[in-house]
Design a binder for this molecule. Sequence first.
Ligand SMILES: [Zn+2]
Length: 93
Amino acid sequence: MTSERNSYQRKRLRSWLLARWRPGDPCPRCGQPMWRIEDIDMGHVVPRAIGGTFRDGVRLEHRSCNRRQGQQMTARLLAARGVDNRPWKRRGR
Ligand SMILES: [Zn+2]
């Protein structure tokens, strides 16, 4: 399965990046320093939502910045298709 191989490569890539990370390195998205390894995630330079893969480039960034970016990108893509699908904004039940 390609997905299994990809996740293996992603894990290796992540440890490669983390080996070069120094506490206090700035996050490329918000510019704030990244202090805790638990708060760091691997982000795609080209968002996965528009077909980017780790081959296009990955970098370390805040987990929160990474997640926020993904949601905005998804919302923008869906909006471009005329779909308003923002589950995190939905309040109804
Ligand atoms: Zn950040």
